[in-house]
Design a protein around this ligand. Structure first.
Ligand SMILES: [Zn+2]
Length: 248
C-alpha cells in the first residue's frame, strides 16, 4: 500500500513538474539578445529580408503571386499522394534527412510540401466549412502558410497511416524527426506551449527549413520562430550600427 502511495506521489510530482515547465514564461527577444548579442549564425543581410529565413504567420503573409523556385521531392511519399515540391535548398536538405533516417531504420513519408496561394485558399475554405472557427487553429488562410514559401513540409509514417496527427510525436519516426531535424536545417515550428504566439495547435509533423546553423540555434533556444526572428533583428541592428574603425 505504502509503495502504491509512493508511486502515486511520484507521478503527481512528475505531472506538476510537466505543468510548471509548460507554464514557464518564454524568454523575450531582448533577453536572448542580452545573453548573446552575436550568435554564430550566418547573416548576409537583414534576416527579415533573407528568402530562406522569412517569417510567415497570421500577421505576416505572402502576396498571392508569390511562387518560389521549386523542385520535385524524389522521396518516399504517402501512398496516393502525388509528387510534392519544395525550394531546391530545402529539397536537398530533406533528401539528406530522409536518407539519415532510413540509415537509422526510420522510414518517413512526405505528405505535403509546397502549396500555392490558390491551393491553400481551397484547403482553408474546406476546413472552415467542416469545423467552423476552430479550423483557424489548424489551418492557415491563403497567403499565411509557410507551405507557400516552399520551405515547409509535412511528414508522417506508416504506423499512423500517414495521418497528420499529434500522436506522430510519440512514434519512433516523430521522435527521430524531433531529435535530428535541426542537423539538416529544419525546425519544429508549432509546439503546444507556443499556441498563443504561433496561433496554431501542436504540429509535430510540420517542419520548416531555415538552414542548419539557424535550426540548431532555434531548437537549442527552444523558442517560437517569431521570438527568434525578433532576436535576430536585434543582433543584426547591433552589428549594422557598430562604429566604423578609422584605421580600417
Ligand atoms: Zn504543414
Amino acid at each position: 500500500m505504502k509503495r502504491v502511495f509512493c508511486i502515486c506521489c511520484f507521478l503527481l510530482l512528475l505531472l506538476t513538474g510537466a505543468c510548471c515547465a509548460a507554464d514557464e514564461p518564454l524568454p523575450t527577444a531582448r533577453e536572448l539578445f542580452e545573453q548573446n548579442p552575436a550568435p554564430d549564425v550566418p547573416m548576409a543581410c537583414d534576416p527579415r529580408m533573407d528568402p530562406l529565413l522569412v517569417l510567415v504567420n497570421k500577421e505576416q503573409g505572402l502576396p498571392s503571386a508569390y511562387v518560389p523556385e521549386l523542385t520535385d521531392l524524389n522521396l518516399f511519399h504517402k501512398p496516393g499522394v502525388h509528387t510534392q515540391q519544395m525550394r531546391p535548398e530545402a529539397a536537398e536538405a530533406l533528401a539528406r534527412l530522409f536518407a539519415a533516417a532510413e540509415a537509422d531504420g526510420v522510414k518517413l513519408g512526405v505528405v505535403s510540401g509546397y502549396r500555392s496561394y490558390g491551393t491553400q485558399k481551397a484547403i482553408h475554405a474546406r476546413k472552415v466549412a467542416q469545423r467552423g472557427r476552430s479550423a483557424e487553429l489548424t489551418s492557415a488562410p491563403a497567403g499565411k502558410s509557410e507551405h507557400q514559401l516552399g520551405l515547409a513540409v509535412d511528414v508522417s509514417c506508416a504506423s499512423i497511416n500517414y495521418r497528420l496527427n499529434a500522436i506522430f510525436a510519440n512514434t519512433p519516426e516523430g521522435q527521430w524527426v524531433e531529435a535530428h531535424c535541426a542537423e539538416y536545417g529544419f525546425i519544429i515550428r508549432y509546439r503546444a506551449e507556443w499556441q498563443k504566439i504561433t496561433g496554431y495547435k501542436v504540429e509535430p509533423w510540420h517542419i520548416r527549413y531555415v538552414g542548419p546553423e539557424h535550426a540548431n540555434l532555434v531548437m537549442s533556444l527552444n523558442v517560437p520562430y517569431e521570438i527568434y526572428m525578433d532576436y535576430l533583428k536585434l543582433c543584426w541592428d547591433a552589428r549594422a550600427h557598430l562604429p566604423i574603425r578609422k584605421d580600417a
